[in-house]
Design a protein around this ligand. Structure first.
Ligand code: FAD
Length: 312
């Protein structure tokens, strides 16, 4: 594997709102920047309708993601964009960071790590076997495939609620299964589907199996109080039970919390000098676009301050 001779000032990992904002801020500081990110726009692209990004009123994930990417590309004279996955980041011998991507090692004096989160799995029989054969983790991507079918949405948080809102206009029947006796989703979302003819909310249950032959044909759940097992005939299962930080490439480098999120202060500084983190991969409370973008700006400014101090 080749090691790049070029030494960047800042390497940004992540092409979502946190990484893109960090890129824009670092470029405006005239730093030499590389941005490595697998999925342009990040989770924004999967976000469906977006009504809480200031200045846009109502927009949708694809449109906003394209705007983010377009804005970053205004700086492509100073920001090298590489649509690649980073598998590991270590500290090099001369205090710089080494980022291993598909076929090269990239060197940078500082890092803004903004790799987001990925969906948590149910961990039940049938889940892996029927992934993309009826099991989905992204309603925005897959809801249109379930026209006139019966589907189950697992998890009653905001992401689950948004899945129900999308699916109720496409699927014949939508079951929403939740483990507790109230839905934690924002009331403004729940009122969109509560009482809808084709939506049934099933409380206090946990999913124990996904059944199928070539494709999903059903779901088995257990009533928590009675222990009774019941089966739903569904052709789709949308899993929305939280997310796991994409911190694997840095797990031996920086301090993580018990959920695997990178611990960072409000300026994005981690326990490693010169290594900043931002957005959903960190131990923030609110996984939101505007929060991730704000953190991305702070982290890039922290990287700039770190580099300025290092030069004195
Ligand atoms: C269905 C859904 C609906 C949502 N709706 C809203 C909403 O209406 N309003 C709102 O404010 N928020 C919403 N969110 C949350 C919002 O999308 C996230 O909070 C936000 O995108 C987080 O930004 P981020 O930059 O931290 O991470 P992400 O957007 O997750 O971006 C992470 C980036 O890192 C890249 N990456 C990951 N690992 C690596 C690696 N090893 N190497 C290189 N690149 C890597 C990814 O490809 C991606 O480009 C929604 C989320 C979902 C899932």
């Amino acid at each position: 594997m080749s090691k790049e001779n070029k030494l960047y000032d800042v390497a940004i990992v992540g092409y979502g709102p946190a990484g893109v904002t960090a890129g824009i801020y670092a470029a405006r500081k005239k730093l030499k920047v590389v941005l490595l990110g697998e999925f342009p726009g990040g989770e924004v692209r999967n976000s469906g309708d977006i009504e809480n990004w200031p200045g846009d009123g109502e927009t949708d994930g694809n449109t906003l993601a394209e705007k983010f990417v377009g804005h970053l590309k205004l700086h492509d004279d100073t920001v090298d964009i590489k649509q690649e996955l980073v598998s590991k980041i270590v500290e090099g011998e001369e205090g710089e960071f080494e980022l291993t991507s598909r076929d090269e090692v990239i060197r940078a004096r500082s890092v803004v790590y903004a790799a987001g989160r990925h969906p948590r799995k149910l961990g039940v029989p049938g889940e892996d076997q029927f992934k993309n054969l009826g099991v989905s983790y992204c309603a925005t991507c897959d809801a249109p495939l379930f026209g006139d079918k019966a589907v189950a949405v697992i998890g009653g948080g905001n992401t689950g609620a948004e899945a129900v809102i999308m699916l109720k206009n496409i699927a014949r029947k939508v079951y929403l299964l939740h483990i507790e006796d109230t839905l934690p989703a924002d009331p403004v979302l729940v009122e969109n589907f509560e009482g809808a003819d084709n939506v049934e909310i099933i409380y206090r249950v946990k999913t124990t199996e996904i059944k199928g032959d070539k494709m999903v044909t059903g779901l088995v759940y257990e009533e928590i109080k009675s222990g009774e097992a019941k089966t739903l005939e569904v052709q789709g299962v949308f899993v929305n039970i939280g997310a796991i930080p994409n911190s694997d490439p840095v797990k031996d480098l920086v301090e993580l919390d018990k959920y695997g999120a990178v611990k960072a202060d409000r300026y994005g500084q981690t326990n490693v000098e010169g290594f900043m983190a931002a957005g959903d991969v960190t131990d923030i409370r609110d996984a939101q676009i505007v929060v991730a973008a704000g953190q991305g700006s702070s982290a890039a400014l922290s990287a700039g301050n770190y580099l300025a101090r290092a030069e004195k």
